[in-house]
Design a binder for this molecule. Sequence first.
Ligand SMILES: Cc1ncc(COP(=O)(O)O)c(C=O)c1O
Length: 414
Amino acid sequence: MLPMDQVRAAFPALALTDDGVARLYLDAPAGTQVAGRVVDAMGHAMIAACANNGGLFRTSVAADSIADAAVAAAAAMFNCADDEVIFGLNTTSLFFQMAPLIAANWQAGDNILLTRMDHDANVSPWLQAAQARGVEVRFLEWDRETFALKLETLPDLINARTRAVAVGHASNFLGTVNDVAAVCAAARAVGAVSIVDAVQSAPHLALDVGAVGCDVMAASAYKFFGPHFAIMYISRRLQAMIQPLKVRPSADVMPTRLMPGTPNIEAMAGTTAAIEHLAWLGEAAGTVHAGAPLRQRLVAGLAAAQAHETELMRRFLTGIAAVPGVTLHGIANANRLHERVATFTFEIAGRSADAIAADLAGRNIFVWNGYYYAWEPAGVLGLRDRGAVRVGFTHYNTLDEVDVLIGALADIAA
Ligand SMILES: Cc1ncc(COP(=O)(O)O)c(C=O)c1O
């Protein structure tokens, strides 16, 4: 079990109050609070390692160490080799950066497969690349009853002309965790490149690119308790298929060959610290030793987080079921909690999403209203205009906070 006092003390922002009222952060699917060690690591990098990489003097050597540590930490997070990771501004720009490289050999008559469940960051870059290359775009639909992708339709959608398949690991709208291994296996069977958006799963589940069998996976550090920055796995197979993004003088080695220009050293330091925070959760829960390898500690840490979040989900689902007029757009079955993350999108009859979010904001409860760039799923549900309310729980939230939210929603519904 997670020692919640220690866990909450690890996040300086959780202690902030406004006129004596605590802040209830339920906006994690849009961005989590930042672990204190992340703030310290970034400050340290900007004071003690403030230099460009590759020099012979102390600060440059320190900057190199920070970059190396970040590569190793991101590789532990994806469970891949060090020469298979790059960093970027955010996941959206990394996908936009990779799309033209991956699409370079697509031809008319080819097709790509996207989903109606994904955040638009994993749709528009591939749509635009397909348009530029004159390639057909197909969509994998999801079931309105089960909130799961219709995997049984894959054989009709993927064929020998499929060049790429892009799928989300966990939905930022429905909360569904998809069987991405099944989708990637179908892509691999026809030689298509598979791309997995792990932005919403990374804060909750251990990632494993080998088990998933993808060519690309991306996650954003600011959604897993770190800075505004992103990490991406690119398989060696795919690296061999694409042109490097390099200026002539830069080294033709990873990550430099796919990361043009001066890297954000302080964000790299912060990202390493965020990954260390996830690993520390395992130590805090007493399920792994502090001296164990980073990957092992990460897996233990995320398992501890997941166990705690499962209790939060249970409490939320029980509570919301008693609030009149609620429609939840996602899995509500307590026996299927392993198929979702703690991201819940819902409506309350007779109350607009904007009004609910504003009412909650007045109580210092931070939630999102709208459709959160989940253009396709919001379109399926007809919610692009009126939107819905989204709350997300993460390992720093408590059962008491769930109760406070439910009490407020009951008030609003009445
Ligand atoms: C599932 C998912 N993918 C991609 C993104 C975009 O991430 P970024 O802001 O890092 O580009 C988000 C952001 O909300 C997301 O939830």
